[in-house]
Design a protein. Structure first.
Length: 349
């Protein structure tokens, strides 16, 4: 009777290994006239992990052993993600188990650990028990598992390095690795041994090893400069050809010409406002400038409705310039009406 661990293990085995109980996630009809756990133990021994954990908890308490049910997640080594270096815990890993309190004198020596932070001889400990039959947790894998784990890693990277990126995480994940890489690169560049080995290999490959060291260096530097000049010329030529093929078309069909036409309405807005002495400052955004211009137009014309008119044109500008979205017919009409209203305001004499 004093062997609390032995009794707890025995009750755990009766539920998990005796073949009297069966794990199932499907619903089971219960006798509503008695407690569901009593029905599970005596009449319908089938249920999910919470039935097993609750039954063991009540059994242990009936034997004078303090016990509690714990809900969490149970995984195995297959849940380890080598790509992201973390365990992938899913809802299908949800599980319930039991912890039984063991007196200090009854804690098995093989279970004692962390003696520097836990006083086993004075406090005792909690013995973890899992009464659910083995194989109850779904750990199925398929051919899609590597793809799914890669997608999970991308999702985790997006959350950690974009959505939740704070100053400390920036320091740990971005700046420190960059600083270490830069230091390693600098040490590699300033290390003379690889350069000496490369110089020897190149001189041998180019049959310059019969020359003096100084002459070989001069010839190699000259060859490097000539190669760099030829490479720069090729890049320049490719850029010119690309620019000509991309922008050489006329305004009737090129996307660049259409973009220039579409934001022409904003240049008309600034031209009209300049007649009233309202000029956008270098530090002002288009939206800020529209707010200031609207206030001044409303004050000059004594028409409060004009305060929001420049803003309509500015919002259309943002849509085209930064959203890369064209204006539909209604938006185009709105912009033209706004510009017409501004043009109708007489400038000061």
């Amino acid at each position: 009777e004093q062997d609390r661990v032995g009794r707890a293990r025995y009750l755990e085995r009766q539920l998990s290994r005796s073949d009297l109980f069966r794990y199932s996630l499907t619903g089971v009809e219960r006798d509503t006239s008695i407690d569901p756990i009593e029905d599970f133990v005596t009449r319908h021994p089938q249920g999910h992990c919470e039935y097993f954990a609750t039954a063991l908890t009540l059994m242990l308490r009936s034997q004078g052993i303090p016990a509690r049910m714990v809900c969490g997640y149970k995984i195995d080594h297959d849940a380890w993600d080598d790509l992201g270096k973390y365990y992938l815990v899913r809802q299908l890993h949800a599980h319930a188990w039991v912890e039984a309190y063991v007196k200090p004198s009854q804690v098995p020596p093989e279970l004692m650990h962390g003696n520097d932070c836990w006083n086993w001889k004075e406090w005792g400990g909690w013995l973890r028990l899992d009464p659910t039959p083995a194989g109850a947790v779904d750990t199925r894998t398929s051919w899609f598992t590597p793809v799914r784990r890669a997608m999970d890693w991308l999702d985790s990277a997006w959350a950690n390095y974009f959505v939740e990126l704070d100053r400390q995480r920036q320091q740990d994940a971005i700046y420190q690795p960059i600083a270490k890489a830069a230091t390693a690169a600098w040490q590699a560049v300033t290390n003379p041994e690889p350069w000496q080995s490369l110089f020897h290999s190149v001189t041998v490959a180019l049959y310059l090893n019969h020359l003096s060291r100084e002459v070989a260096w001069v010839l190699l530097i000259a060859a490097g400069l000539v190669s760099a000049a030829l490479l720069a010329a090729c890049v320049w030529l490719l850029v010119r050809v690309g620019r000509r093929s991309r922008f050489g078309r006329k305004a009737d069909g090129s996307s660049r010409a259409r973009h220039r036409v579409e934001i022409e309405f904003y240049r008309r807005l600034e031209t009209l406002l300049a007649r009233h002495g309202i000029v956008r400052q270098p530090g002002q955004t288009q939206r800020e400038f529209a707010a200031v211009a609207g206030s001044r137009l409303a004050r000059v014309s004594d028409n409060a409705r004009l305060a929001n008119v420049p803003g309509l044109v500015a919002e259309a500008f943002y849509r085209v310039r930064f959203g890369a979205l064209p204006l539909d017919n209604l938006q185009t009409q709105t912009v033209e009406l706004a510009l017409a209203e501004i043009a109708a305001v007489k400038p000061p004499t």
